[in-house]
Design a protein around this ligand. Structure first.
Ligand code: SF4
Length: 470
């Protein structure tokens, strides 16, 4: 086994890895999706071709998530299947990336000897060199898991476009990585490192290039995207300033951002969202629990009332805003009464949608350690599932109530392409991030990437139906 402190070479200094096929399996959040797109971009630049068929790939990469135990188990189960493929095609290389790789490091090779490369979230820029060592130098067990990203690392990705959904319309742009909050249940600060913001010039360069390539919408990504710039020592420049800078880029029509932290969403950022027409009226802002004791044990840094004050302020300042959130149910020691405060908070905060999850202990985190120590605090799986169902029902009702007033309205939709369920229809999103499936006169090709005014005919909990008449 070898560890690395590689200095990545510029692509022009290396020989291309010609005509090999790569398959990437992505688990977890948008950050992982964006990272996988970066990996693909870096490898394509080296001559790799993307395939959707793992059996024909020369290189298989799994980009792992560690948020829940189930995700980690799923990653190893993929690897087990790929080991069988490798028996038939021994030249095939298998790589593990993402948060499990970052956290587990070289121990991955002990559990899965057939894995060739393990690289962490901070080492993606080195991927071509790591793969080269595995293929060309036949090096076994190539390992690269640095603990902390350098700001300059972002520059390696300046000319590698992160494409979302391959639709040519919307693209991810990572602007900040890592997190300094250390919520007691979360692995992110351990797997992604401390908060580090990308320089405004580097972000601007990528967005300009995306605009030149015809992209209309960008989504600025970060675990705490609204903390952007807090780690700059040499300047005062925050997310609101970045919104202004990027609003000037001709061709980019819409700017989205996620995920926000309630403590970082400043008045200045809220004002910028309200005043800059290209910044969408949609904020994803996790609450996690509606109970103060649980929030304190999660170390979220705010109370339920703080969150409600913030959501009230956003609703007052940004007309027609849509808020969405995240909730965890079954946190160690959560009583039914505390859980019901979470259910109540859905309506009180006026969010229209939330991602929900049953708490899953991660042994690297403080909450994971308590749960081991105080077994009586652990919430039974059946109880977690019941609570999840109750919360999801409340969210569905809220989502439908939020969508119903759209019926009969005409709204601006950015067209992303054919609907997945019915290719004869088009699909796109409103400014508030609601999915709209709609009928439009053929041919459809010229409409993709356009901002169209679509008449909404029917509202469902998680989508809208409409018709476009030119
Ligand atoms: S703020 Fe988000 S990313 Fe950071 S530790 Fe908390 S849950 Fe994890």
């Amino acid at each position: 086994m070898s560890t690395t402190t590689l200095n990545p070479l510029a692509p022009s200094e290396t020989q291309p890895l010609q005509q090999r096929l790569v398959f990437i399996e992505t688990q977890g959040c948008q950050m992982n999706e964006a990272d996988s797109e970066l990996m693909l971009g870096l490898l394509q630049r080296e001559g790799f071709i993307s395939t959707h068929e793992p059996t024909e790939a020369d290189l298989l990469i799994i980009n792992t998530c560690q948020i829940r135990g189930a995700a980690e188990d799923k990653a190893y189960s993929y690897l087990g299947r790929w080991a069988q493929l490798k028996k038939k095609r021994p030249h095939m290389k298998i790589a593990m990336a993402g948060c499990v790789a970052q956290q587990t490091g070289g121990a991955v090779f002990e559990r899965a000897k057939y894995v060739d490369v393990v690289f962490g979230t901070q080492n993606i820029h080195q991927l071509p060199q790591l793969v080269r060592r595995a293929f060309d130098e036949n090096e076994q067990h190539v390992l690269a898991v640095d603990k902390q990203k350098e700001r300059s690392t972002f520059d390696y990705f300046d000319d590698v476009t992160q494409i979302r959904q391959d639709n040519g319309v919307s693209a991810w742009v990572t602007i900040i990585e890592g997190c300094d909050y250390f919520c007691t249940y979360c692995v992110v600060p351990y797997t992604r490192g401390r908060q580090i913001s990308r320089s405004p010039n580097s972000v601007l360069a990528e967005v300009q290039r995306l605009a030149e390539q015809g992209y209309k919408e960008i989504t600025l990504l970060g675990q705490t995207v609204d903390a952007y710039g807090q780690d700059f020592n040499d300047r005062q420049f925050d997310l609101a300033d970045l919104f202004e800078l990027l609003s000037e880029v001709e061709g980019i029509e819409r700017i989205r951002f996620m995920t926000s932290h309630p403590l970082d969403l400043s008045d200045k950022i809220i004002e910028a969202i309200a005043n800059l027409p290209k910044v969408m009226e949609y904020i994803h802002i996790p609450m996690q629990s509606g109970d103060d004791t649980v929030l304190e044990r999660m170390k979220r840094g705010y109370t339920a009332d703080d969150y409600f004050r913030l959501s009230d302020k956003i609703h007052a300042k940004i007309p027609n805003v849509a808020l969405s959130g995240d909730y965890i149910v079954g946190f160690p020691g959560e009583t039914n009464e505390q859980f019901m405060k979470t259910v109540y908070s859905v309506a009180r905060s006026g969010i229209y949608y939330a991602n929900t999850a049953a708490y899953s202990a991660r042994k690297q985190t403080p909450a994971g350690v308590w749960e081991n120590r105080k077994v009586d605090e652990a919430i039974a799986d059946e109880v977690k599932q019941e609570r999840l169902q109750t919360l999801n029902t409340a969210i569905s009702k809220q989502a439908l109530a939020h969508n119903l007033p759209y019926e009969g309205q005409t709204v601006e939709v950015l067209v992303e392409g054919p609907s997945k369920r019915n290719p004869n229809r088009l699909t796109g999103r409103t400014r508030t991030n609601k999915v709209v499936n709609f009928d439009a006169p053929q041919p459809h090709a010229g409409l993709v990437g356009q901002l169209l005014m679509v008449h909404i005919t029917e509202a469902y909990a998680f989508s809208l139906m409409g018709v476009y008449t030119p």
